[in-house]
Design a binder for this molecule. Structure first.
Ligand code: DX5
Ligand code: ZN
Length: 233
């Protein structure tokens, strides 16, 4: 995949119909999703449980764009190979998930997949300064991970600006996850984010029978973000 900083919308299938993932993925892609974001939770690192490797493997044939797997699990390292084999294109691990994020990112890269590093709202930008060269993406959490539908935490905007400066001209994406809406997307886009994850704001009002609402929701987020980029330029 060639690198660019254009705005990309990555719907989180955490807000999809859990009985119909194949058609939900097809619907969001047909309606303009750039990536598909898969939230993996372990009931330990975060207080919720979602998808093991067999579930992610079952999503894979439906994803024609890019499968972005966000691991909210601890420990991470024992599961990297399984999620790589399940077909992730990007695997993101949390800096808070263990003492050895450097080793974890090396292990992700060793699978041939792209590697992301994520920071919770309570973690400072500097925590990832020494691993940036092992990363293809930094994920700035703008909610405490675990659930969809939470309120955007505004300190993530300044953190995004700081990380954008730290990245300089390196080909590293900045992803925002949590509470992204047409109201909050412009703030992070102007600060330097390019990949916007959104769950509730994409899936609200739509269904596989009414996928047009997904398209409308994604266009609203994209337009707001692109508008803010123009204003910032
Ligand atoms: C939170 C997850 C998010 C979440 C986003 O733990 O990582 O991807 O599903 O949901 P919204 O967009 O509803 O905040
Ligand atoms: Zn996520």
């Amino acid at each position: 995949m060639s690198f660019d900083r254009s705005i990309k919308i990555a719907p989180s299938i955490l807000s999809a119909d859990f009985a119909d993932f194949g058609r939900e993925i097809q619907a969001i892609e047909a309606q303009g999703a750039d990536w598909v974001h898969v939230d993996v939770m372990d009931g330990h690192f975060v207080p919720n449980l979602t998808f093991g490797p067999p579930a992610v493997k079952a999503f894979r044939p439906h994803v024609k764009t890019f499968m972005d797997v966000h691991l909210m699990i601890a420990p991470v390292d024992p599961y990297i190979d399984a999620y790589a084999e399940a077909g992730a294109d990007m695997i993101t691990a949390h800096v808070e998930a263990g003492p050895h994020i450097h080793r974890t990112l090396q292990a992700i890269r060793a699978t041939g997949k792209m590697a992301g590093v994520s920071l919770n709202p309570g973690t400072r930008a500097e925590a990832i300064a020494d691993v940036l060269d092992l990363c293809d993406m930094v994920l700035v959490m703008t909610v405490n991970p675990g659930f969809g539908g939470q309120k955007f935490i505004h300190s993530g905007v300044e953190k995004t600006r700081r990380i954008r400066q730290m990245i300089g001209d390196r080909p590293i994406h900045i992803q925002i996850d949590g509470g992204v809406t047409p109201e909050t997307a412009p703030l992070v886009a102007a600060a330097g984010a390019d990949v916007l994850v959104a769950g509730s704001a994409v899936f609200k009002g739509g269904s596989v029978e009414n996928p047009g609402a997904y398209g409308k929701n994604m266009r609203a987020i994209r337009m707001a973000a692109e508008g803010a980029r123009k204003d910032a330029a």
